[in-house]
Design a protein around this ligand. Structure first.
Ligand code: HSE
Length: 428
């Protein structure tokens, strides 16, 4: 096939402009690798007048992305608007129904409506590709869907929000509080317009939910992700964790257990010598474990014009080459509805609490843990203040249920001041 593949691009923000630049600057390379030219016929964005520092004069303009999605001269609708409702969703549905393939970077849309969209696409005989929705430039969707397709995936882990990793690593390197680094990141423009999407773990949880579906053959279930953001991580915990050889990361973990599918996005301690522990700044990392392949570590830029546009164009080129894969790696009707398992897999925990400095206080804490079946691995008391002292405890493996039971009981001992901090230590 030598007919050009014609793109309609909706959304001309950082990523949309990046896609236009690749199509314009790499036309020969794209044509050579696809065996046909890749061209843009029409574009759409909120403001036509905005200066984007890229030449759009050869392309038709549509104010309405839905109209763009239905144009006869568009083969592939490239959705870079964002948001799980409104114009992005309307336009993607319109494109599929009008017989267009879809390439999108929209993680929220897929996390909330992935199953329905996959069914719509299959019914229409079209494909939806979304490499750019997960971990920016890292080809993790492709790795799972294609290169690792013969593996039973046992676990996926990842640092998939660069802003959170920037905040946590900057807190550690500069010795600054969460609040100070949050303000700094906001001023540098590193955070989403609604920062809660980043620091609340929501953006990263969208990505985890999408990867879980491909990895475990299940319907995307964002609501089943146990979610905790980084807002409560203190510089004290970062320092104490570092002292014990750990780093704190906003870590996504998905694994199929005997009790169902466990999906978590929460701050975790990981060994500072591990690839995840050494991940600095705004970079992303995804770790995939498969029964045949073992462990694969993918690392790279999770956001930004070039990396995200690179992922969008990889999908476009697959379509240009005639590669047509089911949305989540297998027919939509075969994706199972998985039972959600809350932190089913046991792990060691880091506990930090303030104890009254009086006889028997430590014994009461140890007894409370013991009664919940939790064994202490390491313990340290440091920096006595007037009437109390901070205590760090690393437990042996336990379940979150047992830990919660122990933490509840600790409140009744009257020796713990305030609320203890509990952070899972992930074996990576
Ligand atoms: N805000 C995200 C991040 C990029 O910081 O990684 C878009 O998902």
């Amino acid at each position: 096939m030598t007919e050009p593949l014609r793109l309609g691009i909706a959304g001309l923000g950082t990523v949309g402009v990046g896609v236009v630049r690749i199509v314009q600057n790499q036309a020969d390379l794209l044509a050579a690798r696809c065996g046909r030219p890749v061209v843009i016929t029409a574009v759409s964005a909120r403001s036509k007048a905005k200066n984007r520092d890229v030449d759009l004069s050869d392309y038709a303009w549509e104010d309405d992305p839905v109209a763009l999605a239905k144009r006869a001269d568009v083969d592939v609708f490239v959705e870079l608007i964002g948001g799980d409702t409104g114009p992005a969703k309307d336009a993607v549905q319109a494109a599929l129904k009008a017989g267009k393939d879809v390439v999108t970077a929209n993680k929220a849309l897929l996390a909330h409506h992935g199953q329905a969209l996959a069914e719509t696409a299959e019914a229409a005989g079209r494909v939806i590709r979304f490499e750019a929705a997960v971990a920016g430039g890292i080809p993790v969707v492709k790795a799972l869907t294609e290169g690792l397709a013969a593996n039973e995936i046992t676990r996926i882990m990842g640092v998939m929000n660069g802003s959170c990793n920037y905040i946590l690593t900057r807190m550690q390197s500069a010795g600054l509080s969460y609040e100070a680094v949050f303000d700094e990141a906001n001023q540098l423009g590193y955070l989403e317009a609604d920062p809660e999407l980043d620091v609340g773990g929501i953006d990263a949880a969208h990505k985890l939910a999408i990867l879980s579906s491909i990895a475990f053959g299940t319907q995307v279930d964002f609501d089943a992700v146990e979610l905790e953001g980084i807002g409560a991580v203190t510089i004290e915990d970062i320092h104490q964790a570092a002292d014990m050889g750990y780093r704190i990361k906003l870590l996504g973990v998905a694994q199929m257990t005997g009790r169902g599918l466990e999906q978590r996005m929460s701050p975790c301690l990981v060994p500072d010598t591990s690839p995840l522990g050494q991940l600095e700044g705004g970079t992303n990392m995804v770790v995939i474990e498969g029964d045949a392949v073992g462990q694969i570590v993918l690392r790279g830029a999770g956001a930004g014009e070039g990396p995200t546009a690179s992922a969008v164009m990889g999908d476009v080129m697959d379509i240009a080459r005639g590669l047509r894969l089911p949305t989540f790696g297998q027919p939509a009707a075969s994706l199972r509805s998985a039972r959600a398992a809350r932190a089913a897999v046991s792990a060691p925990y880091y506990l930090r609490m303030q104890l009254l400095d009086k006889p028997g206080a430590l014994a009461k804490v140890a007894q409370t843990l013991g009664e919940a079946g939790i064994s202490i691995d390491r313990m340290r008391q440091y920096g006595h203040q007037d009437t109390s002292a901070p205590v760090l405890i690393v437990t042996h493996k336990t379940t979150r249920t047992a830990l919660d039971e122990a933490l509840d009981a600790m409140a009744d001992t009257r020796v713990v001041v305030g609320t203890p901090v509990a952070i899972r230590i992930e074996e990576v």
